[in-house]
Design a protein around this ligand. Structure first.
Ligand code: HAM
Length: 436
């Protein structure tokens, strides 16, 4: 019988990374290190964490993201139990708004600044940077119409990449207007593309009725040629939309952020109004979007809210951040290392050392020891390989003398220390804060 493998488009995060290339080569300790950098930045920008379930009602996602989007029509991991239809969440914005409404969070505070980090699922064709289970992190400012919120979200997003020292990305921004201007624009696009129907692919012809805006990010060469003379959203914005967008870009200018206004930028989710943006980097190849987001003032209403809850946010692909760092040559290669490795020889020393290991851990140290009954030499080799800061050696001689040897693996110095002083001495040497 053959053994099992993880599902295509999913992967394991191993303590030492796997031998495969790309994101799978990154160790779990590096994931944790990167996650804590992200959390630190998001906290600094005054966002609090929200955790929502991985399964959500199918209807929430369909209504939130849009019935006709690729995500909802083609990429959902959906299942039913009895009469209930569920999906694995493909994103976290609609779930966050669901939670805000469900808990009447608007009654306790008018504005919420929430961040999240966790797995999402999309049944896309797997390739480098595109997975069926991937991790998103992002934030949402909920309850504000102000352009300052849009700009704050964009600056938060950029601050995450800056914290990793990643540069060379490109920020594209656009305004999709309010629902009325967007509708007039959609109609104009539909009329324009309808007059070029023979040039359109079958998929695009199908999209024409439901969502003509999606044609703007076509990858097909002939269709791209049509875009040159297609109507532009900027000509359909009303005064308030235009003013909002100008204020957002003014904030970005004031902070010296470089960006490009791209009138063809539309997003793969239907809930956006006004500001939409995307962050790209060339080193990622075909899946070049690091992050994206925008304003979605009507989503809450779409999900049943009686009052308007204007909001804006971004979400980013965690694996894409790791890949971009790897491509930039600043990949993370953190490995968890023990502070101390306790080496013993023989059953009596082994028994004593077992207690010593537990005592040192209780004092806050990360301590490793041999559970295979290997030779002292093999244990020393293991301690070296694991990158232990110090080893403690206890054999028959030490047992007889009531003292052990502590060796600094970096400097090589050795200390002979009475048993009861080993843990305090290790603490002094490693300088760990007291946790107990
Ligand atoms: P999105 O553009 O669909 O937006 O996804 C955000 C990011 O998730 C993408 O830029 C990409 O880095 C990553 N991503 C998406 N699909 C995959 C995949 N299959 N494999 C790996 N990474 C992927 C949203 O999800 C919106 N909720 C963003 C938002 C927040 N808008 C307002 N607030």
């Amino acid at each position: 019988m053959s053994t099992f493998r993880s599902i295509k488009g999913t992967f394991d995060v191993l303590p030492y990374g796997s031998r495969s290339e790309g994101v799978q080569s990154v160790s779990s300790a590096s994931w944790v290190a990167a996650e804590s950098v992200i959390r630190r930045v998001l906290n600094k920008f005054d966002f609090d964490e929200i955790r929502t379930p991985i399964i959500e009602p199918a209807e929430l996602i369909a209504r939130g993201i849009g019935e006709h989007t690729d995500i909802v029509t083609k990429e959902m991991f959906a299942f039913s139990r009895g009469d209930d239809n569920y999906v694995l969440r493909p994103e976290i914005t609609a779930p966050v708004i669901r939670a805000v409404l469900q808990h009447s969070m608007q009654q306790t505070r008018e504005v919420h600044r929430l961040f999240y980090m966790g797995p999402c699922f999309r049944a896309e064709r797997p390739q480098k940077g595109r997975y069926r289970q991937f991790q998103q992190f992002g934030c949402e400012i909920i309850g504000s119409l102000s352009p300052a919120a849009d700009a704050d979200v964009i600056l938060t997003m950029l601050a995450v990449y800056d914290a990793f020292g990643l540069s060379g990305y490109r920020l594209r921004v656009n305004s999709l207007g309010n629902p009325d201007s967007r509708k007039t624009y959609s109609d104009a696009l539909r009329t324009y593309f309808a007059s070029h129907k023979s040039t359109l692919s079958e998929a695009s012809r199908n999209r024409l009725n439901e969502n003509p805006l999606r044609l703007l990010d076509t990858k097909i060469e002939q269709e791209r040629a049509l875009l040159v003379s297609a109507p532009r959203i900027a000509d359909f914005l009303d005064d308030a939309d235009r003013e909002h967008f100008e204020e957002v870009t003014q904030y970005l200018d004031d902070r010296g952020v470089s960006y490009e206004i791209d009138p063809m930028l539309v997003r793969g989710l239907d809930y956006y109004t006004r500001t939409a943006f995307e962050l790209e980097i060339d080193t990622l190849g075909a899946q070049n979007a690091l992050a994206g987001g925008g304003r979605y003032d009507l989503l809450a209403r779409e999900l049943g809210s009686k009052t308007a809850v204007p909001a804006v946010g971004f979400a980013a692909g965690f694996e894409r951040l790791l890949l971009a760092l790897e491509a930039a040559g600043t990949g993370l290669n953190t490995l968890a290392k023990p502070d101390v490795y306790v080496i013993s020889l023989g059953p009596a020393a082994g028994q004593f050392c077992f207690g010593l290991v537990q005592d040192a851990r209780a004092a806050g140290l990360r301590v490793s020891f041999d559970v295979q009954g290997r030779s002292m030499k093999a244990q020393m080799r293991d301690a070296n390989k694991r990158g232990a800061g110090f080893v403690v050696i206890v054999g028959d001689n030490e047992l007889a003398s009531g003292s052990g040897v502590i060796k600094n693996m970096a400097g090589g110095e050795e200390f002979t220390v009475l048993f009861h002083q080993i843990v305090p001495k290790l603490k002094e040497l490693t300088d760990v804060p007291t946790t107990s």
